[in-house]
Write a protein that binds this ligand. Sequence first.
Ligand code: ADP
Ligand code: MG
Length: 405
Amino acid sequence: MNFKNLGLRAEILRAIEELGYEEATPIQQKAIPSIVDGRDLIGSAQTGTGKTAAFALPTLHRLQGTGVCRALALAPTRELAIQIEENFKKYGKYLNLKLALLYGGVKYGKQLEELRNKPDIVVATPGRLIDHLQQNNLSLSKIEVLILDEVDRMLDMGFVEDVTKIIKKTPRNRQTLFFSATIPEEVLRLSKWALNDPAEAKIDIKISAAETVSHALYPVPAIQKFDLLIALLKQIEFESLIIFFQTRRGTDKISHWLSEHGQNVRVLHSDLKQKDRMAALADFKNGKVRILSATDVASRGLDISNVTHVINYDVPQHAEDYVHRIGRTGRAKTEGEAFTLCKPEEIPLVESVEKLLGNPLPRKFLDDFSYREKQENLAPIGAVVSKKRNRGFGSRVSFGSRRRR
Ligand code: ADP
Ligand code: MG
């Protein structure tokens, strides 16, 4: 469907045309008309399907006239807040709207300046926004549109109290939009309190998770995980690659080992100073380094083009995180590959991922790798999928075919 049929203003259509967006994505088609109509909405769809534009475009559309702090978008991480603000700027290029971007870990000076400049739209992480509210640096009493992006993550990160406090400071007659890749019970509960007769825009994860990403599981004895990672890195042709880890310590340790093996790696996790987090991300985004090692702080919402591969060094503890991690590749219809290294103890976690996806992950073994255990002991459940029989889900994973992107 063309953007022209969604009821958006000409200035917005012009900006998206310049960005080269031809068709609205399914979540955009479902969400935009209801938001333009002024309805509350819960939107859920797989990562990388254009949820930001699904809320940003109609929000920009609705902000006619003038007034301070009329729209507020909340995001769980600083990087995500930065990205949302960039999107508002791009989409609102031909509208005369001002923005303020508020997040923690940096000084207040620039943020105060942006607030004094009477912003129409505020994009923030909850913690820093509360600090500003306590210092009376802004008021939320004129909020017309309130957006919570990655709500499930926000609640996972323990922001429920902060978020509730913030919502209470906004007017009751506001329009409220919740966006999330998944809608677990806690999100539903919060939405019942915060949203008024919401429209629903839901695109099923099971369909979209497989579309542009090929998946494979690499069973390996625990002590050989790092060796397998090195062997994998030698075999795949990646443009850029994110390796996800469960813990910050693991991220640091393995990244250090990777550097010792001559790999140029940047690290992103929440123990680092904000300055270093941004530098790591910038180096990765502009191609200075091709490997980013990260915890799940990077698994949500970050939109980095050309991530051709995601490797899960650890199987994620929460099945949803698998979907978010692999969502960093295969974005906006480009193809990506997702590999998960799995020691025998992690098989139960794999099973819950498979349950969520509705499909088994194809098991793969590297040809020139001397496994210290028999392959059948490493992958006791499911059928070991041989290359020939590997049909359907993940069937495009193959080291034989070297696709160039
Ligand atoms: P999500 O929030 O669902 O994870 P994003 O909003 O970050 O996804 O969008 C993913 C990418 O898709 C971004 O690079 C964005 O510019 C691009 N994109 C969004 N909508 C469209 C569209 N209609 N056509 C083409 N590209 C789009
Ligand atoms: Mg997003």
